[in-house]
Structure formats: structure tokens, C-alpha cells
Design a protein around this ligand. Sequence first.
Ligand SMILES: CC(C)(COP(=O)(O)OP(=O)(O)OC[C@H]1O[C@@H](n2cnc3c(N)ncnc32)[C@H](O)[C@@H]1OP(=O)(O)O)[C@@H](O)C(=O)NCCC(=O)NCCS
Length: 388
Amino acid sequence: MLAALRTSRLILRAFTLDDAEATVRICGQRIVAATTLRIPHPYSLADARAWLGMLPDLAASDRGVVFAITLDGAVIGSIGLTVDRPHSRAEIGYVIDPSHWGKGYATEAARAVVEHAFGTLALRRLFAWHFSRNPASGRVLAKAGFTREGSQRRQFLKWGRFEDAEVFGMVRGPQQPGEPRHGDPLPAPPPGAPTSRPVAPSPPTRTTPTCTLRPLRPEDRAPALAAIDRAGILADALPWTGPLSSPAPANASERAAQDPLDLAALAEAHRRADEGLLLAIDNARGSLVGLAALRTSRAHERAEIACLPIPGLPDPTPLAAAGLIDIAFHDLGLKRLTASALSLDDAAPLLALGFRHETSLASHARIDGRFRDVLTFGLLRGEPLAPR
Ligand SMILES: CC(C)(COP(=O)(O)OP(=O)(O)OC[C@H]1O[C@@H](n2cnc3c(N)ncnc32)[C@H](O)[C@@H]1OP(=O)(O)O)[C@@H](O)C(=O)NCCC(=O)NCCS
């Protein structure tokens, strides 16, 4: 059972199913849903019960904690952490009943939950984002000790409009040698309108002067699995959430040895579900040199992309990224691409193509036991690709 947290004016306690009506009273307000991503609108008692019903399992499985924010015994809001234990990090989110806005309650609750996260939960990094048009949330984060880490241009599609987002982070624990410092934020472009397209009957392909992007073949399986095993943060671009499936196997090669996994069929299933692409990269001589991965977030008309090298071979990004970008914007009709790297040097091939550095997420990933800053990059459709 989640222990209650006390602040000078508030008690933060576990929710129970008896809080369903209070949850609807707060989350059912359009002005509350308007600046959040996960609260549906309209919001029913059934929505509240479903959400409250899954909270105990979330806490028991160490995937998150959510507190009811109470004032004199009445629920006036909620605040929670979505925990990513392998990276020792969590995302914080909160809402306050509009009749109590502007009295410092969100800040007071956030400060208590920050201490809970770094203390009881022993996490190393907290992060949060808010729509750029919601500066009150940025003030809460700043007052609770977060640092602004950058802006993500047109990151979310909310109620038919693209939204820019501001990203905040906070790290406790000794800074490690070699961790990069925060990057500069970038100006926001004007918003555009969303589009959607049906999934094509067959996988996209490209042949450019430097490479061919093509569907995987059975004989690609062993090198492709080795590339996936070594993907590190680039695994975020794979068209599924774990290395191969959920629950994630510890090691894709080990899993494949026990299981006659058909990687080409898996990639095709994810493509057909519009979750992303996994294509082979052949160099100009026709040899397999890497994988082009793309994970779609269709709700926001964007995708995370990466080019994964076959172990022992150089980074195939300079060969293949332009073709992958072309597929993403033209074949898939996406509006925004994102990519991640551990350093500006690693991202040089993407920067050379026109990606912009958008955020520097402090200690965001744990790789080989070491906390590393993650830099994120964005490219919008219609932005000129830099000459190569
Ligand atoms: C964001 C939210 C939680 C803030 O709750 P709150 O209890 O009013 O927050 P606090 O009183 O602790 O702090 C609010 C700060 O924002 C400031 N603020 C409010 N409106 C603002 C605006 N339009 N522009 C700039 N700052 C603003 C307040 O002045 C205050 O800062 P200050 O103490 O420096 O004066 C509340 O507005 C809310 O629930 N919004 C809807 C849900 C939501 O957006 N959740 C966050 C999703 S990221």
C-alpha cells in the first residue's frame, strides 16, 4: 500500500475506487483535459473507474505511483510518476481542480513527490513535458526544481492541432565524467493540419546512389538480430517497444536461439499495424550493412528513426538516412521525425541532413550500467534537407 505524503497544507494518499466521482469532477472539465494528453474528453465514471482500477497493479509492478492530492480531506487533484526502472527515471504529471488553481498546490505536491521519487523510489532522473501554451505547468516544474531541457516542435497532435512541447528534467546523484551539458532550445514553427493515410500493401523500398533500403530476408536474420542487440538508445526507433516483444527478452540473439523467430514476418506485422518499419540497408555494392528502423506514433503524425549498424561495420546513417527520411515523409505521410543520440558527434549525419538539436535530456538512459545524457533531434516535413 502506498504510504501517504504530508506537506504543510496537503495530504497525498493512494486513490481508491471511492474516488471515482471526485476524479470525474476534476478530470471531466474541458479546461483540465485541454492541456493533458491522456485524459479523454468527455470523461465518464467508467473512465475514472477503469483508471483507478489499474493503479494498484501499476504500483505493485513498479511501473508507477499516483497520489490523490487532498486538502482538508477532499480530493483536489492528482499527481503521479510513470517509472522506467531500467533507466532509473520517471515522468511526472499532475492536475489540480481549476477552483484551486493559483494557490501553489501543484508546486507543493510536486515538491513532495520529487522527494518521494529520489528518496523512497531511489530514482536518479525525473522529467516532464507540457504544451508550450501551458506556461503554468512550466512554472510548477521550475518552482519544484526542474531545469528546462529544450522544446520539441510539433511533438503532439491534440484535438486536431499540432502542439509544441517544453521538456524539463531533474537529476539527483553525482554527475558522471563526460556527461554533456544541456543544449539550446529552438524556436517553434507555425502549426499545421494532420493527415492520415492507409497502410500500403507492400513495404516501401528506396534505391539511392549510396544504398538500397529493402524488406528483410530470412538470411538477414542473424546479423539483424546482432544489430538489434547492440542498438542501445537506438532501440527506441524499433517498430515495437521492447527489443523484440513484450516482455522484452534479455537478449535478442538468445531469444532467437530458443525460438524460431521470423524477424522479417515480425517486421511486416508491425508495418501492417502501422507501428513502424524495419528495413535492411544494403550498400551500393549490395552488401547488408545495417537496419533502417522507424517507430510510428500515428496519433501525432511522427516517428522516431534510426540506422543501426551491423556489429563491426561503420554507422550506416550517412548512407541510408536520406532514403529513410524520404520514405517517412512521402510514403508514410508523416509530419515530423525524431531521433536520439548520445553525442552531437554521433548525430552528425542527421544534423548534416537538416535535423535540429531540440533537447538534451540529462542522465536519461542507463547503458552498460552508466547513466548517459540523451540528445534528441527533430525534423519537420517541408524543412529543407541540408545539401550533403
Ligand atoms: C498546471 C496546473 C497543475 C497548475 O496548478 P496550480 O496549483 O495552479 O499551480 P501553482 O499554483 O503551484 O503554480 C502555478 C504557477 O503558474 C503561474 N501561472 C498561471 N497561469 C499562468 C500563465 N498563463 N502564464 C504564466 N504563468 C502562469 C502562476 O502564477 C504560478 O506561478 P508563480 O507562483 O510564479 O506565480 C493546473 O493549471 C492544472 O491542473 N492544469 C490542467 C492540467 C495540466 O495542465 N496539467 C499539467 C500537464 S503538463
